[in-house]
Design a protein around this ligand. Structure first.
Ligand code: AMP
Length: 114
């Protein structure tokens, strides 16, 4: 079964897509935790970081390039931002299609909730 993110990538489900190429798609999180909250997703369905292989390294590196481009486009490159990837239960992963969160637009505080 296609993940909800695959359905966004192939246009079956609507989302606010801010970037797309043959390797990755980026769209605004439906429940933003910061003024800028974008998800950068490989078009290929990789469930978690545990499932990535060597052949995914180029695409996952490309996710960082897109994050950098979007941070600049959203005006948060200089003020700063956070890139986050959750994995499995303790990581708080909800959608099992690998994705990188880009947060910015306010001071984000300490890295982990205390
Ligand atoms: P994670 O906990 O890292 O798996 O994050 C999943 C993220 O996907 C959450 O921040 C959700 O708000 C977001 N999300 C779930 N469904 C959608 C959707 N249809 N469009 C945009 N973002 C979504």
């Amino acid at each position: 079964m296609a993940t909800i993110f695959s359905k966004i990538i192939n246009g079956e489900i609507k989302a606010d897509i801010v970037y797309q190429d043959d390797q990755v798609t980026a769209f605004r999180d439906i429940n933003p935790q910061a003024p800028v909250h974008i998800l950068i997703v490989p078009n290929k369905e990789i469930p978690t970081v545990n499932d990535m292989t060597e052949e995914d390294e180029q695409t996952i590196g490309h996710m960082f390039t897109v994050a950098k481009l979007l941070a600049a486009k959203e005006g948060v490159a200089e003020s700063g931002y956070r890139l986050l990837v959750n994995c499995n239960r303790d990581g708080g992963q909800e959608v099992f299609h690998l994705h990188m969160h880009l947060f910015g637009g306010r001071p984000l505080g300490p890295m982990l909730a205390r």
